[in-house]
Design a protein around this ligand. Structure first.
Ligand code: ADP
Length: 591
């Protein structure tokens, strides 16, 4: 429906009322004026007819018609009125404008009939003689209480109309001027009323469009001012509430986004209402694309789907452990499902929280393996010691040669136990330092450090006739924990010597890299390591060839210690090896 502007609802009726009022006033005024004028004219004609009646009484009594006609013509000329004298039989005996003989009998004229009855006769009608509208007033001429004729005075009514027109013209024109002024005032008034309403409409449209900052002007008018105030208050309250909702929403988003647990809200139709980044990562989804979509078409993990459906059906808190495969990796999840309720307590869906326990599980596995490995590693020397002691107790003590051999076994196995325990203690010390305050560092001369490590391994190297080469720029320094790094280098050099052929060569190199890093490389040309072992080489107790390692006095903890020391320095260790050609271990440290 097309709506009319307020001004067009106000203004035309105003204009119409003004025009009707003007017409009504003019009509009433002209009517009264016309009535008044006719009464005045009638009174004037009556007065003239009375005078004429008085003057013609004598002539009528003497039947002297000739002077009567002359008199009426003279009087008529002087007064500007048509004067007629009529006998009771209706014959005209004198007329100021016509010859009486040519005039017809006047008995039928209503004013004459009234005059003949002794009354004042008044009539307005068209005169065929004069060819115009006339007012006639006739009075009886009475002599000796007998009506002896009547006199009639007449004036053209057009004179009245002309006079009326002359009076009405200024009245109507000034009325029109007033109407025009009134119309202009009403137009101004209509605009005055509709302008604030227009402004308020625009303001309301701005508010509806989300611009709640602007305000409506302060109107002096009670109603408009009140309405504008109410709308301004509404806008500021709305603004406040929207800000509050946005704040709460942002807080919620921030909380959800910063949670490490995956959070997923699902409605009763199994459609996703909310999902945080952690949940999206766990389920391999894009949060923006899955909102509002069904879990059956978005979540391709049957275990999670079933858990969500169970949570929607259960009405209580439920829990479940799940195993997923994400990008080829196994993930262990602990799921919690809680009914989601609205403000009135009505269930509207379910809230799913997913805890990724993969790391914990992994750590638990490491711990379990570690305990098993330690037990196993300790069991071997203990069993050997126990066996030797028992053999000695059962008589071997008496044979000097056997006793010597078993005591040597006991001594070797004790050394081995000691080595394992020392390595374990070293590992735990480094871990503790790493976890608590971090390791202590100081500016260290790399050349000196490398020389110390080489010195520590010199005896073993000489035994095997392995030559140790050191290559390090003179003034190379770094901020590091010298004893720990020396231990790491000794472990690497020890391995390199162990797995080198006799008379082999081991090279240790330190250099500063252009990217600001420091690398220390230990290279040998020994047995090398098959590729499939490289990824697990730094695990505790991992050995490529267990028997050989044990024979060489290895504990399987050397590289694990190296890795922890490097990690404590925020660096990394890399290995490159080719079976039969040799191995290169590279420590990269931030300088
Ligand atoms: P281990 O005490 O047995 O040497 P490590 O942790 O030091 O234990 O080393 C783990 C395993 O890695 C060793 O058993 C060995 O098989 C292999 N390895 C380490 N360094 C070398 C090397 N330089 N050359 C060949 N194999 C090596």
């Amino acid at each position: 429906m097309r709506r009319k502007r307020l001004i067009w609802q106000f203004y035309p009726p105003f204009l119409l009322i003004i025009l009707i009022a003007l017409l009504a006033v003019t009509w009433v005024f002209s009517q009264s004026l016309s009535r008044f004028y006719k009464q005045e004219t009638q009174r004037g004609l009556e007065a003239q007819a009375t005078i004429v009646a008085d003057q013609v009484t004598g002539f009528l009594l003497t039947d002297d018609e000739q002077p009567l006609d002359i008199l009426s013509k003279r009087l008529g000329k002087k007064s500007g009125t048509r004067l007629t004298v009529i006998l009771p039989d209706g014959r005209v005996v004198a007329d100021s404008e016509h010859a009486p003989v040519k005039m017809d009998n006047h008995t039928s004229r209503p004013e004459i009939r009234a005059a003949m009855r002794g009354e004042t006769g008044v009539a307005i009608r068209f005169s065929h003689t004069l060819q115009q509208e006339m007012m006639y007033v006739a009075l009886p001429v009475i002599a000796n209480q007998e009506i002896i004729g009547c006199t009639r005075a007449a004036l053209p009514i057009a004179t009245i109309a002309d006079t009326l027109q002359a009076v009405l013209y200024p009245v109507v024109s000034s009325g029109l001027a007033i109407a025009l002024v009134a119309a202009l005032i009403s137009l101004w008034l209509s605009r005055r009323i509709s302008r604030p309403l227009d402004e308020m409409k625009q303001g309301a449209q701005r508010f509806a469009g989300g611009d709640l900052e602007g305000r409506l002007p302060d109107y002096r008018n009670e109603e408009m001012g009140g309405l504008a105030d109410a709308m301004n208050r509404m806008a500021s309250q709305l603004d406040e509430r929207i800000q509050m909702v946005m704040r709460q929403r942002n807080e919620q988003e921030a909380v959800l986004a910063s949670m490490v647990e995956g959070v997923l809200a699902v409605d009763r139709e199994e459609k996703i209402l909310r999902i945080n980044q952690a949940a999206a990562d766990l389920l391999d989804l894009e949060p923006e694309t899955v909102i509002g979509r069904n879990i059956q078409e978005t979540i391709c993990k049957p275990d999670v789907q079933n858990f969500i459906i169970q949570a929607l059906q259960s009405h209580t808190r439920i829990e479940c452990s799940m195993t997923l495969f994400l990008h080829g990796e196994e993930r262990f999840l602990q799921g919690h499902g809680t009914p989601l309720r609205d403000a009135s307590g009505q269930e509207i869906g379910a809230l799913i929280v997913l805890h990724d326990l993969t790391k914990l599980q992994h750590l638990e596995n490491i711990r379990r393996d570690f305990v098993a490995n330690v037990s196993h590693e300790l069991k071997t020397p203990i069993t050997a010691i126990k066996g030797s002691v028992e053999t000695l107790q059962h008589g071997a003590m008496d044979e000097a040669e056997s006793a010597q051999r078993f005591l040597e076994i006991i001594a070797r196995q004790s050394d081995r136990l000691n080595a394992i325990i020392e390595d374990l203690l070293a590992l735990s010390r480094i871990e503790q330092e790493e976890e608590s305050s971090g390791i202590e560092r100081e500016l260290t001369d790399l050349n000196g450090l490398l020389q110390c490590a080489v010195q520590a391994c010199q005896v073993k190297a000489r035994e095997k006739q392995v030559s140790l080469e050191v290559s390090c720029p003179e003034a190379l320094t770094a901020n590091l924990n010298a004893p720990l790094l020396e231990q790491a280098l000794v472990n690497l050099l020890d391995n390199a010597i162990k797995y080198s052929e006799p008379e082999g060569k081991v090279r240790i190199t330190a250099e500063a890299q252009p990217a600001g890093q420091l690398t220390v490389t230990v290279q040998d040309w020994g047995s090398g390591i098959p590729r499939e072992h490289l990824s697990r080489l730094f695990e505790r107790f991992y050995r490529v060839d267990k028997a050989r390692s044990r024979k060489l006095g290895g504990t399987g903890l050397g590289l694990a210690i190296v890795k922890h020391i490097v990690q404590a320095h925020k660096g990394q260790i890399l290995v490159d090896s080719t079976p039969g050609e040799g191995s290169t271990f590279t420590i990269q440290l931030p300088q």
